[in-house]
Each structure stands twice: as C-alpha cells, then as structure tokens.
Design a binder for this molecule. Structure first.
Ligand SMILES: [Zn+2]
Length: 399
C-alpha cells in the first residue's frame, strides 16, 4: 500500500512495474524498476536486471508511466494568496503549493516575476523541509520600462508592492539589474515592450545592459516580447528565453524566423493563458489561439528549443496544464518533444543537465509517476499519481 510506505525512513525507495522514460529520446523500459538511494537514482532497468536490497519501501507502479520530474519554466508567486509567505500557516501554504505545482508533477519551477523577498521565504520553507514543494528559481521583480496601472493589479488579484524604479536607459537598467542579482535572484525578467497601447519598445541599450550584467554572473535573462518588434528587440539584445509567443502580431515571417535561428534562444509558448484571459471574447480568443499555435509551429520548424511553462499565478490561476499539453500537440509537438520541454530542455538551458532531467544512475531522484500513457494522449502528462523530489514522495493522488 502506497500510503503505508515511509520512503524517507532509510533513504531508499523502489518503483516497480512501470513504463520508464529515462529520457525523451530513449525507448521506454517496460515493466521497469527504479531504485532510489539517498536522494539519487541508484539503478534503473528491466525487472530482474536491477539488484534491490530486501525490505525497501516499494511503490507498485504497474500500469503507470514514470518520467523525470517536470519543470514549469514560467510561473509567478504574485497572487494575494502568497503574500506574507513567512506567516502563512504551514498546512495552508502546503496545500497552495500542491494545488498549483506538485499535483501536476512539477519538481522544478522558474518564477518569472514576483516580490523576491516574499518568494525567497516560500523557497526557504520548502528547502527547510517544512513544506513539500519544488525547487524554486526566481527572477524576483520584473524589469519594467512602464508603470503598471493599479487597476490591473487589483482586478487580477496581484500583490501590491512598493513600485520598483523604471528601466528607461542603460544606467537605470544597470542599477536595477545589480540590485536584483545582488539580492540573490536566479536571473532577470524584462518586458521588451509595454503590454498596453501603444506597446512601446524598450531601447536596445536597456535589454543589452540587463543581458550583459546577468551573463557576467552566469544567469539567464527572460523577455516578455509582447509583439513582433518586441521579439526582434529581445533577440537582438541577446536574451536567453522568450517568455511567450506574440499573438497580437499574426504569423511570424521569415525575418523573425531567421533571427530566431541565429539567436539560439528558447521559447516558453504559454498557449493556454491567452485562451483563458480571452474566454469571454470568443472571436479574439480563437484568432489569438490560431496565431499562437502557428507561431509555435513555425518556431519548431526553424529548429527552436521549447521550454514548458504556463504563466500561472499572475494572470491565470487555473492551474491544470492539460490544455497547454493539448495545444502544444496541436502545434505539431510530439509526445517526446513535449517531454523534452518538461525535462531535458530546461535542465540544459539552466545548467542542470548533470543533475536533473533524466532517470540515470547518479542523477537526482526527481520523478513523476503518471496514471496514464502520455505517448497515447498528451493530456495524460497532467494526471499525476506520485511526485518525487530528492527521492522523497512530495505528492500522491488520493485513491
Ligand atoms: Zn508571466
């Protein structure tokens, strides 16, 4: 019985009988065994080929699918429910983290904009072992060249924070970038263009200054592109990750695709968030969905790397990623490409491929066990039975 195992007790845990995807490229191991010891993958293989000590806590994974722990590379801890994170009662904080992240298999997340001191508290409470949760990386507060109207914060339920100084030239950008990175953030997030009319683009020197300062410290820069011009400015400025497609722009033309090929950036498509935000405007929703799906298809055809992300807990608090998986498949992504966007691609982009992203002896035991088979229906990526981080069960579905 899964509920009666205590995998942390001896630092050992065995998963038996599942179909194991050790990496997106490899053929799956059927009726496989994963042996976890001291938070690492100790062995993986077909049943009978893996030696497992007696009396080890075991999870029967017959009929289930096992993959490396998932990354969500675009989240936020911005909604009011995360405010004052140091003082949220542990059971309540734990249930929020579960509802948003661990119940969908996320063992690593990148927060692309939230009050850093607050997000840091959430991370500390997870890392201390008080709250089961994923590894959290964060850019801290976004770098903005425009002020956000109060009304937008209020209507979207986003925390009110002391307004950060705007970044309008190289000097302001250098000061703001240093401030965030000195405070311990894991990267920078910049809006390449304003999300409000007239969608004005940031000066090139602003993007380049942020990129130079982050890269000097080996940290990535994420850009919200907003429009075709914002995307081109982001690529020219040398950012590492584009945080959305640009549905207001229509299809990406050859000039955009050439720039993408040269820039070697990664894209987080976030297809569902637009359909969610436009749910009361069916005609616009359908047009933007077509644009987003078409842009992702063009990106893939030009060889671009994709990272999975949903942009949850800023504009959207509908956490179920099933529709995101379905829309990615609609854009032509295979099951294996989606699995790569959840595992190996982010691990590589963020310098963690030696520790995370595959089920290989010696790597960290971050695993997801799925009820169904996502190679038949990609929505099964969202039906999680167990989430395991560092060899410990951090989520299990109710039976
Ligand atoms: Zn976002």
């Amino acid at each position: 019985m899964a509920g009666q195992t205590s995998p942390a007790q001896h630092g050992q845990l065995v998963l038996t009988g599942g179909t194991i995807y050790v990496s997106p490229a490899a053929d799956p191991i059927t009726k496989g065994v994963v042996f976890i010891r001291d938070g690492e993958i100790a062995a993986v293989g077909r049943r009978g080929s893996v030696r497992v000590p007696k009396r080890v806590a075991t999870l029967d994974c017959s009929g289930l699918t096992i993959a490396a722990g998932f990354w969500n590379s675009h989240v936020h801890f911005s909604k009011q429910k995360w405010a004052n994170a140091a003082n949220i009662a542990a059971p309540e904080l734990a249930s929020q983290v579960q509802a948003m992240l661990t119940r969908y298999g996320f063992t690593s997340v990148f927060d692309l904009g939230s009050p850093w001191e607050n997000t840091r508290r959430i991370r500390e409470r997870i890392e201390s072992g008080e709250i089961p949760g994923p590894r959290i990386r964060s850019t801290g507060e976004m770098l903005l060249g425009f002020s956000v109207p109060e009304e937008i914060l209020r209507t979207s339920g986003i925390m009110r924070v002391t307004p950060e100084p705007l970044v309008r030239d190289a000097i302001e950008t250098l000061t703001a970038s240093k401030k965030r990175l000195d405070a311990g953030t894991d990267g920078l997030k910049i809006f390449a263009a304003s999300p409000f009319t007239p969608f004005s683009i940031l000066p090139g020197e602003v993007i380049r200054t942020a990129v130079n300062e982050a890269h000097r410290r080996n940290k990535p820069v994420f850009a919200h592109p907003q429009s075709r011009d914002g995307l081109l400015a982001s690529l020219a400025g040398g950012v590492d990750v584009i945080a959305h497609t640009t549905p207001i722009s229509g299809p990406w033309d050859e000039a955009v695709l050439v720039a993408i090929r040269q820039a070697k950036v990664a894209l987080i498509p976030t297809l569902k968030v637009w359909t969610h935000l436009l749910r009361d405007r069916a005609s616009l929703r359908d047009l933007w969905t077509r644009n987003n799906v078409g842009q992702l298809r063009a990106w893939l055809a030009s060889g671009g790397v994709v990272l999975f992300g949903t942009d949850i807990d800023a504009g959207m608090d509908d956490y179920d990623p099933s529709d995101e998986y379905a829309l990615m498949a609609q854009a032509g992504m295979t099951f294996r490409q989606i699995l790569a966007s959840l595992t190996t691609a982010p691990a590589e982009k963020f310098g963690e491929s030696g520790r995370l992203g595959r089920i290989v002896p010696g790597l960290v035991a971050d695993l997801v066990v799925l009820n169904g088979d996502p190679s038949r229906d990609v929505r099964a990526f969202a039906a999680v039975r167990y989430t395991i981080r560092d060899g410990k069960l951090i989520y299990q579905a109710a039976r």
